[in-house]
Design a protein around this ligand. Sequence first.
Ligand code: ATP
Length: 367
Amino acid sequence: KQKIAVMTSGGDSPGMNAAVRAVVRTGIYYGCDMYAVYEGYKGLLEGGDLLKPISWKDVRGFLSEGGTLIGTARCMEFKERWGRKQAAKNLIERGINALVVCGGDGSLTGADLFRHEWPSLVKELVEQDQSFTPEQVEPYKNLTIVGLVGSIDNDMSGTDSTIGAYSALERIVEMVDYIDATAKSHSRAFVVEVMGRHCGWLALMAGIATGADYIFIPERPPKKDQWQAELKEVCQRHREKGRRNNTVIVAEGAIDDELNPITSEDVKKVLVEIGLDTRVTILGHVQRGGTAVAHDRWLATLQGVDAVKAVLENTPSTPSPLIGINENKIIRMPLVESVKLTKSVAENIENKHFDKAIALRDSEFID
Ligand code: ATP
């Protein structure tokens, strides 16, 4: 009988509970024994009560709950080989050799590394640690990993949306609507800062959905000395046309074309220069919390169902799959490739930051 464990890891996102529910119930439907890992990779390492069977009724009501009810945590020990060996031991002791992980790129990278190391970890557990006999580990020679992307940023390559992104977007749009009402009353301008360090999807979509005057995202840096005049011109033009408020959305990772950060305070200063009574609102964690919107619930459910099917169809030579969605169809893609592509985009932005920092430091040194 196949035993499958499900876990959530990294930052929480709305819809993770729906994913857990779907994985647990689909697994039971197909005759598997299901386990939940509580508190992310910490639960895999510690075992005990943090790695235990989960039943059909344990996930009742999960669809309408925000956050992740089985918990998540950052776990530095899982980045170490000894930590992953401890995790392998805990899984084998329970007869588990398949793991469905719902998390961001860090969590999924860790999961794939774990799968690759698994045969050597098992060998060590038998030969060096003598935790098991060769006969005991015979059915556990390979580990199956299936990934689900839980992230509010919509920042995974190859999938149209990640679990949680539409919920966070909905929250932002709702908040901007609230802000607009008071802004119009007082004829004010508001700079709204939203999450997204490397990915401006939330800022861009929220800007479109609320009719913002201007949007700053990391992927499209405006020219260093020109954005200020452009922003002023746009906001003034809208005022002249009769608008009583201005809304500017700034992604937290916004930069100019020379890669200097553009903060919400920088934007505020520019708006004040044209006489606008300007306030800054940093939305923060309200974007993460709250219940999942319908999109994230069905996305997580359909993907959770496919994750279990992927476990059951997996062979040792299949690359670890990541479940995504493309043109409204649930798809599987190689986990490692998607993570690699995603990282290369993010690192591109980061590296440029780094180069810029070095250039600045060097120029100061020359001065
Ligand atoms: P978010 O997008 O919300 O940041 P994430 O999954 O990328 O989510 P991380 O903090 O990067 O979040 O990773 C979560 C956990 O996954 C880490 O605490 C660690 O236990 C594990 N992990 C991350 N990267 C690795 C890695 N390279 N090797 C092993 N484990 C890792």
